[in-house]
Design a binder for this molecule. Sequence first.
Ligand code: FCB
Length: 443
Amino acid sequence: MRFPTGFLLGAATAAYQIEGAAEEDGRGTSIWDTFSRTPGKVLHGDTGDIACDNYHRLDADLDLAAGLGLNSYRFSVAWPRIVPEGTGNINQKGLDFYKRLVEGLHARDITPMATLYHWDLPQPLQDGGGWACRDTVERFCEFTQTVLEALGDAVPMWVTVNEPFCAGMVGHLEGRHAPGLRDLRSALAATHHLLLAHGHAVSIVHARAPGRQAGITLNLSDITPASPAEADQAAARLLDGYENRWYLDAVLRGSYPADMLDWYGQQVPVDFIRDRDLDVIATASDFLGVNYYETKVVAADPREPYHHARVIPATGRLTAGGLDARPAALGRILRRVHGEYAPPPLYITESGAAFHDYVDPEGCVKDLERVTYLNDHLGEVLRAIQDGVDLRGYIAWSLLDNFEWADGYSRRFGLVYVEYGTQTRIPKASAHWYQQLIAAQQG
Ligand code: FCB
């Protein structure tokens, strides 16, 4: 497979999922510390207290990334390490860690891509209302300015907010992620404020680090109605509005979809949108990040509370989480965004799958399912590019097995296996495959 010159082939991580060192060097508490330490919220009671211990193993992990030949690495900056109380005091040791990380990437010829918000809101801000409260947007702007002052020039690409759908709806309506609320109005307000935070962050990046790029990352699902019946079509459209269009329309068109405003408006007051907010949300950005994990076939079912769409269990090859991630769906998503939204250049900022990986008696992890996954999805990426989609990079999720949110350590998404007891890293077969693919681009 041959990608265009300059195409990014990298891997991604996020702070809370890998760093550990939760109590060290002045780091404050985030909503994920609170959530994961609350019994019953995360499988097996797992927390990110130690995770991959990346905070203490930074250089070795950067060597690992370099060893794979990655030309880009996406990481996130932990807000509670930089501003432990969410506002006010700045923790220099936190900034120093990320300076070291960014310098380490440059020293290894790896392009840094930094995410400003990958879900670790400082707990004191949650105590004051969190993302459901508009003030949090200002706190995020302060944090963003601090990070940009310290690292702005050294990082060419800034992802403002990772997956506002998950942070907003999964965290505040479905309750499966921190802060674990189940309230539609809070959830909608949270998504709105996360989107607003994105718009402001784009302007801050442009002001503080001219020439550097900024964009949001959306998780987009491919959704197909189970039948041509009117009810199934309507359910698919509603789920598409719930997961995809709310975000795409806001960021790329500067408006929320009218049908979704109606749908939500029938249930709760949608009274948190102010004049000009949508203009801020649609601030021209330099790229759109797409995270791809799922394709869904859905039938109408009024018992589904949020969108009246029931996912028909797939029968094909599933990933360990039971997710149906067929490669053709990735192509459909890319062509759709390209065709319907006239987006800025696209990057796949995450794509990957969990499988039941294990270390065999020879000490190898032969994750052939992941090799197939990567091969097929990268094939789709190439086809989309040939069809005219301006797609400039594929960042695999994830460099390392890590703390997979509510699933704890039970889901292994890494190119590199992590033995949590000893913190041994074992590059899987997929890592070797990816390394060869990247090396072959240079020839
Ligand atoms: C995405 C998250 C990422 C990771 C993958 C599997 O929703 O952005 O942190 O957990 O799912």
